[in-house]
Design a protein around this ligand. Structure first.
Ligand code: NAP
Length: 272
């Protein structure tokens, strides 16, 4: 491996003027304020939300977590938050039933700090990047940009077609003139497709799925996956098995996740 694509310097670069931007907003009496809405009882995603709260505290961003014990209560909380003029950014603690997830389409697009609403996603597919873009997908592009990896004409294979990673990556790679293939659980001959890739983005949530015999020499590997094996966090890429053959790899932990967190704060600051 020539290059370890660490997330920390990418995140530092995104965060470098957060403090200054927030101070300036405060002088204008504008305070970023994030509200997170969810259903009680999902401990795993609560850990993620707590990390966001910690990051908000660090930058003086106001934070509110509203957990409902029923779908009706969630809707009530949503309606209250929607009307609250102080709140500048709203996100949902997923997974949620589809009818609750869809409520995100009822808020102004700038308040949708995760960029998952139809409005933001639609604009993204039409080539507009001056909007809130789903942070994990954007983190992939920011990382490649930071390490000066040119995407023009590159054969990019994305594995995973979720609304927060795989799908929003399609227009972003196309905007950078890459040729994009998306694979999923029903894809046939996935190994053959992967062996032709200059760049592979893994986002499936299957520990160490990508192995040495599945890539070509000097491929660039981006690992979005977060899995736990014997209590240890691992990605979708078998890092040890691939590190000699690849040209560059993002580590897990310390890769895309770190960049994602800073991009969310960036969107929250912009929501004011
Ligand atoms: P998801 O909604 O869980 O969907 C998984 C995708 O992987 C689906 O499109 C599925 O195909 C595909 N898939 C599953 N098994 C496969 C296989 N054997 N071969 C090919 N494709 C397969 O995905 P997600 O929410 O994007 O999460 C993916 C991973 O990224 C998870 O590990 C998650 O924890 C992680 N993640 C990380 C961050 C971060 O900041 N680093 C943020 C978000 C998510 P079908 O569509 O056919 O079912």
């Amino acid at each position: 491996m020539e290059l370890l694509l660490e997330g920390k310097p990418v995140a530092e670069n995104i965060k470098k003027n957060f403090q200054e931007r927030i101070e300036k907003l405060k002088q204008e009496n504008k305070i970023p304020y994030l509200a997170v809405l969810g259903l009680a009882g999902d401990e795993a995603s609560l850990t993620y939300v707590k990390r966001i709260e910690k990051n908000c505290d660090k930058y003086g961003i106001k934070f509110l977590l509203k957990l409902a014990s029923s779908e009706e209560e969630f809707v009530k909380n949503f309606n209250e938050i929607k009307e609250n003029k102080e709140i500048t950014g709203i996100m949902f603690q997923e997974p949620l039933p589809k009818k609750l997830s869809n409520l995100i389409n009822e808020i102004p697009p700038e308040k949708d700090v995760e960029g998952v609403s139809i409005n933001n996603m639609g604009k993204l597919f039409l080539g507009d990047t001056n909007i809130n873009i789903p942070c994990t997908s954007k983190a992939v592009i920011e990382t490649l940009d930071y390490y000066n990896i040119d995407l023009t004409g590159k054969n990019v294979v994305i594995v995973g077609r979720s609304n927060i990673v795989g799908k929003p990556l399609i227009p972003q790679f196309l905007n950078k003139n890459a040729t994009v293939t998306v694979c999923h659980s029903k894809t046939k001959n996935i190994n053959e497709i992967l062996r032709n890739a200059d760049i592979v983005v893994m986002a499936i949530g299957k520990a160490k799925f990508l192995k040495n015999n599945m890539i070509k020499e000097n491929a660039i590997l981006i690992d979005v996956g977060i899995n736990f094996e014997d209590g240890k966090m691992v990605g979708d890429i078998d890092f040890e098995n691939l590190k000699e053959k690849a040209y560059a790899i993002t580590p897990v932990p310390g890769g895309i996740g770190v960049v994602t967190n800073s991009l969310l704060i960036d969107n929250i600051i912009k929501s004011v």
